[in-house]
Design a protein around this ligand. Structure first.
Ligand code: NAD
Ligand code: DAU
Length: 344
């Protein structure tokens, strides 16, 4: 089987490529990645180097129609595209939305036109943020609290989530109007190895390693539904192989926690005072809570998360960043300089 993986040098895409190369020797992978600030050739060096590389990395833009047409055309019968490439960070989208429009909307359009022409299968990787947010609720007070389902109306809050919502709608329209063979998944917040230090967990983990106090937006009560990146990617494979064309699958692992709980756990795991964090200026338009109902994925495709305990997942992640400082260190100072300009 031939796969074209867009954004395969970023966090989730690289984890997908590394796991696939290791576990599925029958799969040939081409990665298309623009290698923006978020993509790193080094992440894939274990599978792109050597005399018999398992993976080919093509540096290029998913919005480059001619390039995308050529790469999709090379897939042949039974080939598929897994589309991870995106501008992915909410804070950046508030500062400069244009790259989000360019990559998330025009990039998805270019890919859809190519899979339409060549008849290739497409899986589009999206986010729960397309649904906007849910009210804050203490799970112990409200056991039936609401969660996102595939029927939840789209209501995105930021330029990032609006462009992801737009890309999902393009995919749905190309399925209905042109018969494109596509599926969509909307996943909650991922954590694990190879995540850029701009994101919440790696930012706080690397701050703690550096002896800097973690920075928590607002009052720290916003809730995210954390899932380990390996579980997300196992779900992507399940949808790619067994998902119904045109269907949307929500991916989540019942990992709700507010930001204070995550930071306090990380500090405890590092042997620090759990109160040694700073509350900083809030993110404009900050979504309150995300929570996923993944019952379709569980019931129809039989998927189950393997990482069920957030505390042990955070411990392993802390250890991974301690052991892989050479990978993240080059990006840390510039990332913190950007945050300092925002007062966060
Ligand atoms: P990331 O920012 O770590 O990686 C994005 C990758 O896409 C990078 O390698 C970057 O170089 C590449 N890229 C950016 N613009 C490109 C372009 N124009 N052409 C080709 N490549 C380009 O992002 P991530 O966290 O790995 O997210 C991957 C996908 O998963 C995104 O579509 C995102 O919306 C979605 N998602 C992320 C999460 C999460 O928690 N991180 C959750 C749900 C869904
Ligand atoms: O829900 C899925 C989404 O999760 C993905 O679509 C996005 O690509 C991904 O970036 C993530 O979006 P968030 O905005 O939820 O993730 P982020 O890591 O930026 O922030 C997580 C929470 O932590 C959020 O409530 C903001 C807060 N935060 C973030 C940073 C960087 C802080 O309190 N301090 C910080 O320094």
């Amino acid at each position: 089987m031939k796969l074209l993986v867009t954004g395969g040098a970023g966090f989730i895409g690289a984890n997908f490529v590394l796991a696939t190369a290791q576990q599925r020797p029958d799969v040939e992978i081409t990665v298309l990645d623009k290698l923006t600030y978020a993509g790193d050739r080094a992440t894939l060096s274990s599978v792109t180097g050597g005399p018999d590389p398992r993976v080919r990395l093509v540096e290029g833009d998913v919005a480059d129609s001619a390039l995308v047409d050529r790469l999709v055309g090379e897939l042949g019968d039974g080939g598929a595209v897994v589309h991870f490439a995106a501008e992915s960070h909410n804070d950046n989208s508030l500062h400069d939305p244009w790259p989000f429009v360019q990559t998330n909307l025009l990039g998805t359009y270019a890919l859809l036109e190519a899979v339409r022409k060549h008849g290739a299968r497409l899986h589009h990787v999206s986010t729960d943020e397309v649904y906007g947010d849910l009210p804050l609720a203490d799970p112990s007070d409200d056991p039936d609290r609401s969660r996102f389902t595939a029927e939840t109306p789209y209501n995105p809050s930021s330029p990032y989530s609006a462009t992801k919502a737009g890309s999902d709608l393009l995919v749905r329209a190309w399925v209905r109007s042109f018969g494109v063979q596509a599926t969509i998944s909307n996943c909650s917040n991922n954590y694990g190895p190879w995540q850029h230090v701009e994101k919440f967990i790696p930012r706080q983990v690397t701050n703690i390693i550096d002896g800097v106090r973690p920075k928590v937006y607002g009052a720290g009560t916003n809730v995210r539904d954390w899932i380990h990146v390996e579980d997300h990617n196992r779900a992507v494979w399940a949808v790619l192989q067994r998902g119904r064309i045109g269907e949307t699958y929500l991916i989540g692992a019942d990992g709700e926690a507010n930001n204070l709980r995550v930071v306090r756990t990380l500090l405890e795991l590092a042997g620090r005072d759990a109160d040694a964090y700073d509350l900083v200026a809030d993110r404009p338009g900050h979504d309150l809570r995300y929570a996923i109902d993944a019952s379709l994925l569980r019931d129809e495709l039989g998927w189950r998360p393997l990482h069920r305990d957030l505390r042990s997942g955070l411990k392993a992640t802390l250890e991974w960043y301690r052991d892989n400082e050479a990978w993240w260190r080059p990006r840390k100072a510039a990332t913190e300089a950007k945050y300092a300009q925002l007062g966060r």
